[in-house]
Design a protein around this ligand. Sequence first.
Ligand SMILES: NC(=O)c1ccc[n+]([C@@H]2O[C@H](COP(=O)([O-])OP(=O)(O)OC[C@H]3O[C@@H](n4cnc5c(N)ncnc54)[C@H](O)[C@@H]3O)[C@@H](O)[C@H]2O)c1
Ligand SMILES: O=C(O)C[C@H](O)C(=O)O
Length: 317
Amino acid sequence: MKASALRSIKSTLTSGSCHLLRRGYATESVPDRKVAVLGAAGGIGQPLALLMKLNPLVSKLALYDIAGTPGVAADVGHINTRSEVAGYMGEEQLGQALEGSDVVIIPAGVPRKPGMTRDDLFNINAGIVKSLCTAIAKYCPNALVNMISNPVNSTVPIAAEIFKKAGTYDEKKLFGVTTLDVVRAKTFYAGKAKVPVAEVNVPVVGGHAGITILPLFSQATPKSNLSDEVITALTKRTQDGGTEVVEAKAGKGSATLSMAYAGAIFADACLKGLNGVPDVVECSFVQSTVTELPFFASKVRLGKNGVEEVLGLGTSL
Ligand SMILES: NC(=O)c1ccc[n+]([C@@H]2O[C@H](COP(=O)([O-])OP(=O)(O)OC[C@H]3O[C@@H](n4cnc5c(N)ncnc54)[C@H](O)[C@@H]3O)[C@@H](O)[C@H]2O)c1
Ligand SMILES: O=C(O)C[C@H](O)C(=O)O
């Protein structure tokens, strides 16, 4: 090889690493973290893979599905950000996809069609979650698990039982992702209260189906003087947010893009917690003693081992 060609390669490599350093991706200060997405070729999986590829906290991104992952991985893998991307397809590659994972995100499963409830997905998705969690227990028992597959109110307890049976259950590491409820509550509240949406915070507690979704607008900030009637309407719209999207998509599935955004926000919070960033708080459906229910969504403080503290219901402002 000519000396000039070598010089050019060297300069490209050097400018690449400077670029990483300039953007705060310095490998010496950001620990290596592997994230696996199970169901990565799906409606949520693909944009979620993209968003996780954009996250500088991720060093390895494993994209697993029963079909289609080589294409998604090749596509996302060309993006010039920190993480190495690999696609895994079919059960025989699931172990490899999971091995060494710090965070496993599960959007694998069937979505709703108009007229269905999330419970109608139980039979098929429970089976999918069972097989994936059995593999997680075997290949990455210490990973934080972010469960997106519906019905979340049931898939999270199912995952807990699978992990208990395998002897790997750690209640600090299993999360039902309810971030989309918070994302919706923030958007709808900002619209009515006429406040900048980027400043809005609204805790959403309970679960992730219909009336179990309880946005606490009495604790919303910035504070506003919305009437009871408006709060009731906002509550109903948040509870029915998933159905609003299912009906608008008219048989072509449920929320995918907003869910990918919400899933990426929650996974980022988990990674920050693992990396020791203080005061990382998000709502999530976790094992809980906040009520008499064994699993309940509330604010949770995230830390180096997953759940650091399950926060209570809070009080009205
Ligand atoms: N938690 C939430 O707020 C929330 C929001 C939106 C959707 N969801 C749920 O997420 C799930 C996925 O929705 P979607 O729109 O991405 O569906 P989708 O059908 O577009 O994608 C699902 C993907 O899962 C894959 N899959 C199926 N079985 C698998 C297995 N055993 N292992 C790995 N992958 C498998 C499919 O091949 C497909 O690529 C649904 O259950 C939906 O109800 C949850
Ligand atoms: O509504 C659904 O079926 C999908 C998801 O749970 C949502 O809230 O959008």
